[in-house]
Design a protein around this ligand. Sequence first.
Ligand code: AMP
Ligand code: GLY
Length: 429
Amino acid sequence: MKILVIGSGGREHTLVWKIGKSSLVKQIFCAPGNAGTNRLPKCENVNIKPTELDKLLAFALFKEIDLTVVGPEDPLVMGIVDLFTANGLAIVGPSQRAAELEGSKIFSKEFMLRHNIPTAEYLGDFDSCLRALAFVDGVKFPIVAKADGLAAGKGVKVCHTITEAREFIDEAMAGRKFGMAGAKILFEEFLDGEEASLLYFSDGENILPMASSQDHKPVNDNDEGLNTGGMGAYSPAPVVTPKIAEQVMRDITVPTIRGMAQEGRPYRGILYVGVMIKDGQAKVLEFNARFGDPETQVILPRLKNDIVPVLMRVATGTLKGLTLDWDPRPAVCVVMTSGGYPGPYTKGHVITGLEQAEQMGDVIITHAGTALKDGKIVTNGGRVLGVTAMDRDMLMTILAAYNAVELINWEGAHYRQDIGRKALKYLKI
Ligand code: AMP
Ligand code: GLY
């Protein structure tokens, strides 16, 4: 088979790595990929951006691609699945109307209300700056403000004071900080607790859960500093007890897949449910219409099945009867970033120690913001790479990941020192 993977981050690197292990696969193309995907067996990078839908379609038709896997959200929300399907190509991901679950936070909030899905209380949405300002005059803080559309994970602000709320309104609506994504904003209740990510394969009817995981969004240790695309992850997340997993499936995932089908938007693809857990109860923070990054880096190495038939069955609506087999060993991914990220940073620094780190057993290095320059791998983005390790228990896995991280360096490299620490508090050690 020939597979096309769309995207260029650590998530897509992991997808290519996992797909490459399938004996069914002869060739993989990654559009546009990164310096790491190009070095993986069977894989070749293709210089097409994820948002260039027509070029991707022409490429897939010309190369007779058997299955396309979409990493990021933008092409999904732009309708890549509808376009490929109309042209007879198999593709994994929700249709444009189903991807609205991620593409519009107002749609997703109203959908949850319609189907009684537990989530933070909805305080209201606004398309007028003046009315939004008047609204925050009368509320009790903290509240959470969100841009309606896609804002690369940056369109959410927990507002502790009226000044912060006014700042958000001003930046999003008057300043168009998130472009048209912030033309409408919404406010919701602030939820306290511990976050977790629950991902599912669904063919529109049947649902297959993946192993649980937890992301680390803030840039510094102890969850301090600005939010980022994700500074690390681990799987499984002990906060997701079997009881929580069951509650999420019963109260959130099943009603979501059923509700989307009832509303004429059958959801076929990967459903990412981001939850806040408190007092044994999970509530939805967000839906994503795709694999998470960096959650994928810790979930897929634990999946024992060949992923290609699983993805094919998602795309063709034939998931029924399939079971997934998980490696009991945990996985931990530490993300290394350019100094200064998520603020301004410099690029082009030579990365050293990659080969030594790669030689360690059960360590996978996934590239994100890297490039090849004069035969050397250099930094080329904010989140530069991720180091994923697997070992017999959580403590050993954390140590293995950091042993590999310490071998890798470049000028200004930054990483959190506490990835996985939250999992340790659940273990009796
Ligand atoms: P979202 O993109 O909606 O998941 O928001 C990004 C991050 O903001 C989440 O991962 C949470 O850390 C935080 N967040 C979002 N909504 C809430 C909420 N209602 N209460 C507390 N924190 C939230
Ligand atoms: N890890 C959060 C996301 O993928 O949106």
